[in-house]
Unconditional design. Structure first.
Length: 323
């Protein structure tokens, strides 16, 4: 939708205010009008005005840009800084029904925790009536422990560590993300906990090596999350360049990549895949690595654009020296 000055520049009133009409960016028609809005008004103010007149379009559902196909502008920007007070145009996109980030994360992570343990007890409905009485390999026991530890850690981080720059995300993401996490959990746990599971080729050495890799990377991932949390004051959307801390050697990866939390996450699942030696675990690792590489590249570009000459030039996005 487009916010446009009515009757050209002559529609200004009271010196610095003007009357705006909210028009649909996709399609035709007028949604509503806003009277006596000034150039010092922010995008957040525009959202509040539209929400008052159209309650279904609450603020978190609204997105604005200066061009129909441009990028969304920040809530803190003023109409004057965006030249809207002169052009009389701004474009609105309906983001659709929203849901809280923490709600989505809790659903994403609680599901894998319970689904994996469901397969771990070998229910007769899935594996047959005699499955639970058959011995389970050490790798399967450790796999269940590591998987549960990872997702319990994620739940606790969601509650106590993470600070989100946005309060909501599109509701569709709940179904998409849960489908991904829950589906892969079922695939991985089905084969690791199967009565006919084949243990790793190199025995205990491979199992404990994979376990060590998993635990070190989990600790590294947690260290990065804590550092990023401390970088942003509570209730703030302030962004700073993250740097390693001298007290924690696991944060030194910030010297080489912009998103070491993703680097460590991939490392965790490499360790898990090595420890359990199952194809579905490897596929889960590859799928996660592909998605996290996309996210890391996006964040890396955003860092470089926002901080320009100040941002460390030696950093890559996620894989030191390469990506």
């Amino acid at each position: 939708m487009r916010i446009e000055i009515l009757d050209g520049m002559t529609s200004k009133t009271n010196g610095n205010t003007f009357k705006l009409e909210v028009l649909k960016a996709r399609g035709n028609g007028t949604l509503t009008t806003i009277d006596n809005i000034s150039g010092t008004s922010t995008i957040a103010d525009v959202k509040k005005q539209v929400a008052k007149q159209k309650p279904s379009l609450y603020a978190d559902r609204q997105s604005y840009r200066t061009e129909p196909t441009g990028k969304s502008v920040k809530d803190s920007e003023t109409l004057a800084s965006l030249n809207v007070d002169k052009t009389g145009k701004i474009y609105f996109k309906d983001l659709g029904p929203q849901i809280g980030w923490s709600t989505v994360f809790m659903a994403e992570y609680a599901g894998p925790l319970f689904i994996y343990l469901l397969f771990y007890i070998r229910p007769s409905l899935i594996y047959g009536s005699n499955a639970s009485s058959k011995p389970m390999h050490l790798a399967a026991h450790l796999g269940a422990a590591c998987w549960s530890f990872h997702y319990a850690k994620r739940i606790l981080e969601t509650i106590f560590v993470h600070r989100f720059s946005h309060s909501t995300m599109p509701m569709f993401n709940l179904f998409k993300n849960c489908g991904y996490y829950w589906g892969f959990t079922a695939l991985v746990s089905y084969f690791v906990n199967h009565p006919k599971y084949t243990p790793p080729s190199f025995g205990s050495f491979q199992i404990y090596l994979g376990l060590a890799i998993f635990l070190i990377n989990e600790l590294g991932n947690f260290s990065i999350h804590v550092l990023l949390r401390n970088l942003r004051p509570a209730g703030s959307k302030e962004r700073k360049i993250p740097y390693p801390t001298a007290s924690n050697p696991l944060t030194q990866l910030f010297h080489l990549v912009s998103c070491p939390n993703y680097t460590y996450e991939i490392g965790s699942w490499i360790g898990f895949s090595l420890m359990t030696q199952t194809l579905t675990a490897i596929l889960f690792t590859l799928a996660g690595a592909a998605q996290m590489t996309i996210w890391a590249k996006q964040k890396h570009r955003a860092y470089k654009k926002e901080f320009q000459d100040k941002y460390p030039k030696q950093r890559k996005a996620i894989i030191p020296f390469f990506i």
